[in-house]
Design a protein around this ligand. Structure first.
Ligand SMILES: Cc1ncc(C[n+]2csc(CCOP(=O)(O)OP(=O)(O)O)c2C)c(N)n1
Ligand SMILES: [Mg+2]
Length: 358
């Protein structure tokens, strides 16, 4: 018998950055976007940054419920959502406030939702409500994209999750199904270095998350997730592949600059220095540096964008917080198409308890 030992296949993982930390562009990689379109992206990123700050403060004032901040992840969220068409799908988690903004979701309804009133999610046909169970929505994204493929609609689904979610079986099952069945799905992993208090380096022994796609037979790409032009370009390419029935895993390297949620205190498990190390990579600042280099920036323009965003936010907050909360029994209304006996019994108990308070 002849023993053979040889390399039968080697793999590599690409990394994409188009704008460096100084806002200098690699012209050879510049995506096909006009000045106006890039300014639209910038406007959305500033809106996301300011809205995020506002919601955080509203929670601290006791005016809204738990909120998961997106500070630092604006490029990852706006850049991906901006690269798909309005008929495509997004399947977000609890940390995708910026995705909803970029998808044009009604701002008043967003405040209503983050105030705990999920009725405001109903009727949005292309953007799913937030998924709280970590990783579950990767399967939903695959299912939606599969249905779209079977119907011959040619739509793609972007399903979002974090670095922590890649340790969930659901995500790996979703990868396998997507690869095996040629599903037009894009897996968007915002690798923000933390899963609550678990750092990325102990989440997986794999050097990159992108490489996990290789095992399932499709492309995985690591992208500077704080560079909105790279995120946009990588998503556009992924959309082209998806329309041909090839999934993609995008690992967007970024950093969660704030607490996990308003119920968390990140200073208990990471230092100020850890966080500040990412200050110079800030996605909003980076775009401003790019604008200066392009000669697109004036202080008046910057002030105008901020004041427009402020008006939009204040208007949404005022109207959203004024909406009366749903009746308590609404919590039973949208779990199953038909109410199960256990829920019927609980509903009766709730009504009896509330009595005249209703
Ligand atoms: C199935 C499941 N397990 C645990 C939790 C509690 N939990 C909420 S968020 C989170 C960490 C998620 O980390 P990552 O996937 O990196 O997303 P990020 O919060 O960083 O956006 C955990 C463990 C949950 N919601 N669902
Ligand atoms: Mg994370």
């Amino acid at each position: 018998m002849v023993l053979i030992r040889k390399v039968i296949k080697t793999f590599g993982v690409e990394y994409l950055q188009i704008l460096d930390e100084e806002g200098t562009i690699d012209e050879s990689l510049r995506p096909d976007l006009t000045e106006d379109r890039i300014k639209e992206i910038y406007h959305l990123m500033v809106l996301a940054r300011m809205f995020d700050e506002k919601l955080f403060k509203l929670q601290r004032m006791g005016k809204i419920g738990t909120y998961a901040p997106i500070k630092g992840q604006e490029a990852a969220q706006i850049g991906t959502a901006f690269a798909i068409s309005k008929d495509d799908w997004t399947v977000p988690t609890f940390r995708e406030f910026g995705v909803y903004l970029a998808r044009g979701a009604d701002r008043v309804k967003l405040v209503q939702v983050w105030n705990g009133d999920t009725r405001a999610f109903h009727g949005d046909a292309k953007n799913l409500p937030v998924a709280i169970p970590v990783g579950s929505q990767a399967l939903h994204g695959v299912g939606i994209a599969w249905a779209s493929k079977m119907r011959g609609e040619n739509k793609v689904a972007l399903t979002y999750f974090g670095d922590g979610a890649t340790s969930e079986g659901d995500v790996l099952e979703a990868f396998n199904f997507a690869g095996a069945f040629g599903i037009p799905v894009i897996f968007v992993c915002q690798d923000n270095q933390w899963a609550i208090s678990t750092p990325r380096k102990v989440q997986t022994a794999a050097e990159t998350i992108a490489q996990k796609a290789i095992a399932f037979g499709f492309k995985g790409l690591q992208v500077d997730g704080n560079d909105v032009l790279a995120v946009y370009a990588a998503t556009k390419e992924a959309v082209e592949r998806a329309r041909k029935g090839e999934p993609t895993l995008l690992e967007l390297l970024t950093y969660r600059m704030s607490d996990h949620t308003t119920s968390d205190d990140a200073s208990k498990y990471r230092t100020e220095a850890d966080v500040h190390a990412w200050d110079s990579k800030d996605p909003v600042l980076r775009l401003e540096k790019f604008f200066r280099k392009q000669g697109w920036w004036t202080d008046d323009y910057g002030a105008w964008v901020r004041s427009e965003c402020e008006k939009e936010i204040n208007d949404a907050v005022e109207k959203g917080l004024a909406i009366p909360p749903p009746p308590p029994e609404d919590m039973f209304s949208h779990i199953f198409a038909e109410m199960i006996p256990d829920h019927k019994r609980q509903l009766e108990e709730l009504k009896a308890e509330l009595g005249d308070a209703q």
